[in-house]
Design a protein around this ligand. Structure first.
Ligand code: GLA
Length: 758
């Protein structure tokens, strides 16, 4: 979202569009016949067409079609979003909806792709501006468009003011996911203030049988899947916290008729790529039209745009699946791996890591960390991460944040001896940082009282004894970047766990003009992203984890710049089943860090076997967070075996297709997932039993995603398969006849793999 000066020579020539269309159509018809689609993203380009006569745009991907048109009022109107239509299917020109009595005018009843607040609009606007003369009316009309391969730009302009908005679409041919955003340009001769700048509105086919799924939570309990019917009125999912937040995640999925079949039926879904305060509204209007709008939160929003500047909104991604919520998740996972993550479409597999936090908390020192590192290496850990406590005067959470020098009492020779030791054990080294925060008890705060978010003369509310640095300030941005750059220059660090342990309060920025203080909501996040991007550019081998007291900063914005995320501070392996289940509705298990920690757990004092804890964590990216000093020789043997097993399945778990065979939602007694590798050669099943009652056997498991005709060999990773299970059988057998696992009692777990033979 960088304001920059607008180039005067943007070309939106329709002649160019026509020739681009002819070339594109030629390429699609002759070079990429539809029958020849493969799993390769390159061979599945999206096709965008424009019909000059009807003024209809059509975006086709391998399985979806998205259609919009310019109506008689020159508004950009949604026409269709759903399963792929036949090439010859024809759309009539868009026609604005009639109003409904004198109370609901056509501007309100028409399903706009993007609409300014003005002219009697009562549904959620995408854009609201206050002009210096007090005018707040904005009526955007189509001007021109540009098609470039899989991208479509539609230029709109206010009826009288030189306010331009470019609606930007980019379609992914393979998954059908469309990336949308808007660029707002001030070509007037004065400044104006944007009070709401959403990225897009998505419109669903008219209907009253929709069900919304979204994610809610709190610290230690993120990723709860919620369901509710879409009813007249508006549901707002949001964060007003300056960050993504644990409480709602910027993701939604909407299906029809409340079907509980996770693999069939239409699902529309979307996710915002924004790590600041955000908002998604789901609104059913008076004529039963459902629209979903989203972008930076409009609450307390204000962005003054000077003459000649422009404002780019975050990306809002939307997709459609005809294969139920399971299919929707798999499309998102695939898209994240192929198009979002750093190094996409080939992001590195996650190494097995060890993290010291739960073992030592703040009591880190050279000898203690070295001892843990030796033990971690002995079970096959590949990355050793030292958590909080290594810097400044950090003895507990009261002091030190902001002072990023190595604590000389704990590490008298700096970090080098520890890092060398970790390397000598065959692991790489990672370090915890929380760069956007400061403890009032720190040298940094004593020197720069004005660097934190605050309103002049008002209290500065502390949380975990810390304040938030105002990263929107150029000097703070420079300080934070330099601290991290120096750390990486001076130490051989492969990985940063970047934490963020509170949300905002008193979000003022007294150093700028009062009219610009609210820019903090945008400029902070922009600087956060730019630091991540610059660090990655200067240190191309660095990997970064996004953490915020667990899963408080996970979204498609930060995932473009980080390799993995910390799912939750709740590491109880049973609680994690529900947490991880919710996480995977929106995000790939390939970034979902899951540690094996001690038992009984600090979370709820529950006791679980080490095998159970491993199997729970092996559903994501495996880490160990236990105090290895307390482990028995048998624990080490078990861990060594299970880490080795994980390495044999991790590509399938991290990159494969996920099927939720039984979800742990609604207090289900079981939880079962299956992952099928991308090449279809391996499937991995994890099965968990909470508690068995009345001698009922564990439900038979009917696998999915296999080739019915291929033969697969089954391999129990433990000895829980029913004795009469054949060693080999067809995909049809495993999917139709199913597999029995023998789980009885409380907190039991099993896992098995299927390997394709032919
Ligand atoms: C947060 C993180 C934890 C740990 C602590 C350290 O709570 O989520 O994993 O790093 O901070 O203070």
């Amino acid at each position: 979202m960088n304001p920059k000066h607008v180039s005067p020579c943007r070309s939106y020539e329709n002649a160019y569009n026509r020739s681009a269309f002819i070339l594109c159509a030629f390429a699609v018809l002759f070079l990429f016949p539809f029958a020849g689609f493969t799993a390769n993203a390159q061979s599945n380009p999206a096709m965008i067409r424009f019909d000059e006569n009807t003024k209809v745009f059509r975006i086709d991907t391998s399985k979806t079609t998205y259609v919009l048109g310019i109506n008689e009022n020159q508004q950009v109107q949604s026409l269709y979003w759903g399963a792929r239509l036949a090439d010859g299917d024809h759309f009539a020109a868009a026609k604005a909806m009639p109003g409904h009595s004198s109370f609901d005018l056509p501007v309100t009843t028409t399903p706009h792709e993007y609409v300014g607040w003005g002219g009697g609009l009562y549904v959620e606007p995408d854009l609201k501006i206050t002009f210096p003369d007090g005018n707040r009316d904005l009526a955007l009309k189509y001007v021109s468009h540009k098609i470039n391969g899989d991208e479509l730009d539609i230029l709109m302009k206010d009826i009288s003011l030189e306010v331009y908005v470019t609606l930007q679409y980019k379609a992914d041919g393979e998954t059908g996911i469309i990336r949308r955003s808007a660029e707002i340009e001030n070509r007037t001769n004065e400044q104006f203030t944007i009070e709401q700048a959403f990225s897009a509105t998505w419109n669903l086919p008219r209907g009253t049988d929709y069900r919304l799924r979204y994610l809610s939570g709190r610290w230690g309990a993120e990723w709860n899947v919620q369901q509710q019917p879409v009813q007249p009125g508006k549901t707002v999912l949001e964060s007003r916290r300056g960050t993504t937040g644990h409480q709602n995640n910027p993701w939604f999925a909407i299906d029809r008729e409340g079907s509980n079949d996770s693999e069939h039926g239409s699902v529309w879904f979307g996710a915002l790529g924004w790590s600041g305060s955000w908002e998604i509204t789901v609104e059913q209007d008076t004529l039963q039209q459902v629209r979903i709008s989203g972008g930076p939160n409009s609450f307390d929003f204000g962005y003054r745009l000077q003459k000649g500047e422009h404002f780019q909104t975050p990306y809002f991604y939307g997709g459609y699946s005809s294969e139920g919520i399971g299919g929707a998740s798999r499309l998102l996972h695939r898209f994240e791996i192929d198009s979002i993550l750093p190094h996409a479409p080939h992001p590195a597999l996650r190494p097995v890591l060890y993290n010291s936090w739960e073992a030592t908390e703040f009591n880190v020192d050279e000898a203690g960390q070295m001892a843990l590192a030796e033990k971690a290496a002995s079970i096959g850990v590949e990355r050793f991460v030292m958590d909080d406590g290594w810097f400044g005067q950090r003895k507990d959470d009261h002091a030190g944040l902001g002072d990023w020098y190595v604590n000389p009492q704990k590490f008298p020779h700096g970090l080098k001896p520890l890092i060398d030791k970790v390397h000598s054990l065959g692991m790489d080294f990672g370090l915890w940082v929380e760069p956007e925060m400061v403890n009032p008890d720190s040298d940094l705060y004593r020197k720069h009282l004005d660097w934190v978010l605050n309103f002049s003369g008002r209290p500065r509310t502390e949380a975990r004894n810390q304040l938030v640095l105002n990263l929107a300030r150029p000097d703070v941005r420079e300080y934070v970047f330099n601290v991290l750059d120096k750390l990486l220059n001076e130490n051989d660090i492969a990985f940063l766990k970047w934490d963020y342990n509170r949300n905002w309060s008193e979000p003022g920025w007294p150093a700028v003009a009062p009219e610009d203080e609210k820019k903090v909501y945008v400029d902070f996040i922009r600087n956060y992203y730019s630091i991540l991007a610059e660090l990655r550019e200067k240190h191309p081998k660095i990997e970064i984890e996004s953490c915020s007291g667990g899963g408080g900063r996970v979204d498609l914005g930060v995932l473009r710049l980080t390799d993995e995320v910390w799912t939750s501070d709740n590491t109880d392996a049973f609680d994690r089943l529900l947490i991880q289940n919710g996480f995977t509705y929106a995000y790939t298990p390939g970034v979902m860090m899951a540690w094996v920690t001690d038992s009984p757990t600090w979370v709820n004092h529950r006791t679980l076997s080490l095998e159970y804890r491993f199997l729970s964590s092996m559903q994501g990216s495996l880490g160990i967070g236990a105090n290895l000093n307390k482990w028995t020789p048998e624990d080490f043997d078990t861990a060594k075996k299970m880490v080795a097993q994980y390495k044999g399945i991790r590509e399938t778990v991290q990159r494969g297709s996920l099927y939720r065979l039984i979800t742990p939602e609604n207090n289900s007694e079981q939880s079962v997932t299956e992952s099928v590798s991308r090449d279809g050669h391996q499937a991995v099943v994890f099965a968990f039993l909470h508690s068995s009652t009345e001698l009922y056997p564990f439900p038979r498991l009917y696998l999915r995603g296999l080739d019915a005709k291929a033969v697969y060999r089954i391999d129990a990773m433990d000895s829980r398969l029913a004795p009469d299970t054949p060693a080999e059988a067809s995909g049809a057998y495993w999917m139709e006849h199913g597999v029995d696992v023998e789980l009885r009692g409380d907190f039991q777990a099993a896992a098995f793999t299927l390997e394709r033979k032919n």
